[in-house]
Design a protein around this ligand. Structure first.
Ligand SMILES: Cc1cc2nc3c(=O)[nH]c(=O)nc-3n(C[C@H](O)[C@H](O)[C@H](O)COP(=O)(O)O)c2cc1C
Length: 161
């Protein structure tokens, strides 16, 4: 199967790796690739797509991936995740997908979507990233325990079918 992601600063890639590791441990054959480098999804039986959130939208690489591969994705089981909030909200409540992601979920009959906490650290690209960091609102809010638990759920479905 394929775990693919749109990332600017690498933290979504790291989440994707954690998801892929769990799936591999459960016996699945997994490739983990940046969304922009995937040319076709036909070799895969199932796909997980993750994207960092930027200004209320999924990372453009994740959006483009879904748009480009829509017909093939629609024939496969697909899971989505987003990573973004730079605070503890994801541990307090479920953060629903942003509008574009919700729309893609309906079109593709995506199995499930989850929002994980994000990460913004020194060295992140962009002026706004610098402003967020200077205002003291950066940090690593990824919960790898929660990420692994979610991935176990995906693996359960795939190893049962
Ligand atoms: C310019 C900018 C805009 C952001 N906008 C959002 C947002 O709208 N919603 C959100 O939850 N997180 C937002 N974030 C936080 C990022 O989603 C978070 O840092 C994420 O982990 C980035 O993923 P990446 O490292 O894979 O690029 C924003 C961060 C930056 C720098």
């Amino acid at each position: 199967m394929l775990v693919t992601y749109g990332t600017t600063n690498g933290s979504t890639a790291r989440i994707a790796e954690a998801v892929a590791d769990v799936l591999r441990k459960d016996g699945l054959t997994v490739e983990s690739l940046p969304a922009r480098s995937v040319t076709s999804v036909t070799p895969y039986d199932a796909v997980v797509v993750g994207g960092g959130l930027y200004a209320g939208r999924w990372h453009k690489d994740a959006r483009r991936f879904v748009r480009r591969h829509r017909p093939e994705l629609a024939k496969r089981p697909v899971w989505f995740f987003s990573s973004g909030p730079l605070d503890a909200t994801v541990s307090e409540r479920d953060i629903p997908p942003v509008r574009g992601v919700r729309r893609a979920m309906t079109r593709l009959e995506v199995r499930e979507h989850v929002t994980f906490g994000g990460c913004l650290q020194e060295g992140a690209k962009g002026r706004v990233a610098g402003m967020i960091l200077r205002s003291g609102k950066g940090g690593d809010f990824r919960d790898f325990g929660a990420i692994e638990t979610w991935a176990e759920g995906v693996a359960d479905v795939l190893t049962r079918t």
